[in-house]
Structure formats: C-alpha cells, structure tokens
Ligand binder design. Structure first.
Ligand SMILES: [Zn+2]
Length: 76
C-alpha cells in the first residue's frame, strides 16, 4: 500500500470500517511512514472536532473538502 491508498482509506480506518487485512496493511504503512502518521493524526483531530461526543458520519461535503485538503497537502 502506498501513501495515496492509505489516504483514501484513512477515514474508513478511523471509523473502524476496514476489514482486518486492510487494517493490518494500513497500520504497517503508518508504522513506517511519519508523513501518513501526521495526516492520520490531523484527520483524527478533525473528525473528533466534527463528531463532538456523537458518533455521527461526516457530511459528504465536509468529507470531500477534507479529502481535497489532504490531497493537496500530500501533493496527490
Ligand atoms: Zn505514507
């Protein structure tokens, strides 16, 4: 898995919506990639801000803007 693939799955990973094999791949990459770890932490913080105490899905437009911001940050 490369950084682009990790970025694409980050939101699902944080939501716990990835299967065990994919989770392992993501964690393996994150373990060796400080760049994606930083992005993961930023997404987590953003998600926590949006979710507050409620386990709600991000609205689609928010999710899309978040991805766009991440992709420009990653230079994808
Ligand atoms: Zn990476």
């Amino acid at each position: 898995m490369n950084c682009e693939g990790v970025t694409r799955e980050l939101s699902n990973y944080i939501d716990g919506e990835v299967d065990a094999a994919l989770r392992q791949e993501l964690e393996q990459h994150l373990g060796g990639c400080s760049h994606c770890t930083v992005v993961l932490n930023q997404v987590k913080m953003t998600v926590e801000l949006f979710c507050d105490a409620e386990p709600v899905d991000l609205p689609t437009d928010v999710r899309n803007r978040l991805y766009a911001a991440l992709q420009s940050k990653l230079g994808l």
